[in-house]
Design a protein around this ligand. Structure first.
Ligand code: PLP
Length: 465
């Protein structure tokens, strides 16, 4: 129990552990979970201690609506320097010439960055084309179903998605081009949340130019690879590039919008205006400082090595699973993620995700090209950015592949024994399974043998450990 505060300012200077023992305990438990498990969610990473320090700093106290040198509040002498440093480092990390490119570092997240970019580039009800969500695209790229407009990007704009080829899993550029000729978009969006292959930016530029459309890349997933030149360069072809900062880039949770300064239609003014005041209020200065720290790390040779290892680990994991006889969408990967098709095993992604969760392997179910139902996706998505931050190498990914193989064997076994394909029967049949208990023990032992970025696992305070 926390001690009651004897005066208001004692309370304001009490460490979290004393001030709010409930939240403190939950944070410690989450740290222990992160340390004890295998984190394979493709959109996650483990950021550094320095990034977390900046993110948890007194900069959270400051209002600074506007841009450096032009704020609506006083007292921004140091905040201006932080934001300018962050902008400079963003351009450096992505090898951009400040004459040609600028960046807004204020978006609170990838979703708000994307909505601000759409607000800057097109008018309400204008037409946009992005990769369909069941094909691996993100919600914010115009997602809608046959019955409902889901994302604000389809509510406020007219959306016609393009898709991957249902057999190969690769983007069907020919069909995209044909549909663009009919739909005549004002904006073409590339980038994805679940696409294991490289993008043909040159071809997309050609399509955009045929219709006088802007080309925007959302590199949220691959930005760490782009910055370290381990992925093709979208800046060569695009007008605007958005990203999150917390996936392969390994920073705090936020977004960035890069815009061309040399296009002649004031993308700079339009993007800056769209972020504030159109879509946001005061920037989160603590987060901007943390992005700056992460970008300093991104520009190092060590980060280049990290990005090389992320890709090598993904390749090894895909190969290991293929050696067990499994099917990967597009037959493999060129980036940090893998789409594992479980339909040949007659399993759904939800079932394998559930067993993985019990044994402390964190993954997510994902639709795979050719799925009949979006509600019960036929596969799972795996990513190697987080485990690579914990120093996993190729031989460790072989072990991870073996663990994953065992989860699928257990899932098949349980499904056969329970004689039902219903998720609720499957979950009930997992109770007391000894193979699961054994696998969980091995996974935890293995995971705990690796270092943990950002905090020292020895200091974690969890009951019983
Ligand atoms: N864009 C892409 C391609 C993403 O994968 C994601 C999130 O996973 C986002 C945007 C949204 O980012 P956020 O969750 O920070 O809003």
């Amino acid at each position: 129990m926390a001690k009651p505060c004897d005066s208001w300012n004692t309370c304001l200077n009490t460490p979290l552990q004393e001030e709010d023992s409930e939240i403190y305990a939950l944070i410690e438990q989450e740290k222990y979970r992160q340390f004890s498990g295998l984190e394979l969610i493709a959109s996650e990473n483990f950021t550094s201690q320095a990034v977390m320090e900046a993110n948890g700093s007194a900069l959270t106290n400051k209002y600074s609506e506007g841009l450096p040198g032009a704020r609506y509040y006083g007292g921004n002498e140091y905040i201006d320097q932080v934001e300018n440093l962050c902008r400079k480092r963003a351009l450096t990390a992505f090898h951009l010439d400040a004459e040609k490119w600028g960046v807004n570092v204020q978006p609170y997240s990838g979703s708000t960055a994307n909505f601000a970019a759409l607000t800057a580039l097109i008018q309400p009800q204008d037409r946009l084309m992005g990769l369909d969500l069941p094909s691996g695209g993100h919600l914010t790229h115009g997602y809608q179903t046959a019955k409902k407009k889901i994302s604000s990007s389809s509510i406020y704009f007219q959306s016609m998605p393009y898709q991957v080829d249902q057999t190969t899993g690769y983007i069907d550029y020919d069909r995209l081009e044909e549909n663009a000729a009919l739909f005549r978009p004002k904006l073409l969006i590339c980038g994805a949340s679940a696409y294991p292959r490289e993008w043909d930016y040159a071809r997309l530029r050609k399509v955009a130019d045929q219709h006088g459309a802007y080309l925007m890349a959302d590199i949220a997933h691959i930005s760490g690879l782009v910055a370290s030149k381990e992925a093709a360069n979208p800046f060569e072809f695009c007008d605007v590039v958005t990203t999150t900062t917390h996936k392969t880039l390994r920073g705090p949770r936020a977004g960035l919008i890069f815009f061309r300064r040399d296009k002649g239609d004031d993308l700079e003014g339009r993007v800056n205006q769209a972020v504030f005041p159109s879509c946001q209020g005061g920037p989160h200065n603590n987060t901007i400082a943390a992005i700056a720290v992460a970008l300093k790390q991104v520009a190092t040779p060590e980060f280049k090595q990290y990005a090389i290892q992320v890709r090598a680990n993904a390749k090894t994991l895909a190969k290991t699973l293929r050696n067990y006889g499994y099917k990967m969408a597009t037959d493999g990967t060129e980036n940090h993620l893998i789409l594992w098709d479980l339909k040949p095993q007659k399993l759904t992604g939800s079932k394998v995700e559930r067993i993985c969760e019990i044994v402390d392997i964190t993954i997510n179910k994902n639709s795979i090209a050719g799925d009949k139902s979006a509600v019960t996706p036929g596969g799972v998505r795996l990513g190697t950015a987080a485990l690579t931050s914990r120093s996993f190498k190729e031989e460790d990914m072989v072990k991870v592949g073996e663990f994953l193989h065992r989860t699928v064997q257990i899932a098949s076994d349980v499904q056969t024994k329970c004689g039902s394909k219903m998720m609720k029967d499957f979950v009930a049949a997992l109770e007391g399974n000894q193979d699961i208990a054994q696998l969980k023990k091995e996974v935890q032992e293995f995971a705990r043998s690796f270092p943990m970025p950002g905090f020292d696992p020895k200091t974690i305070q969890v009951n019983g450990h």
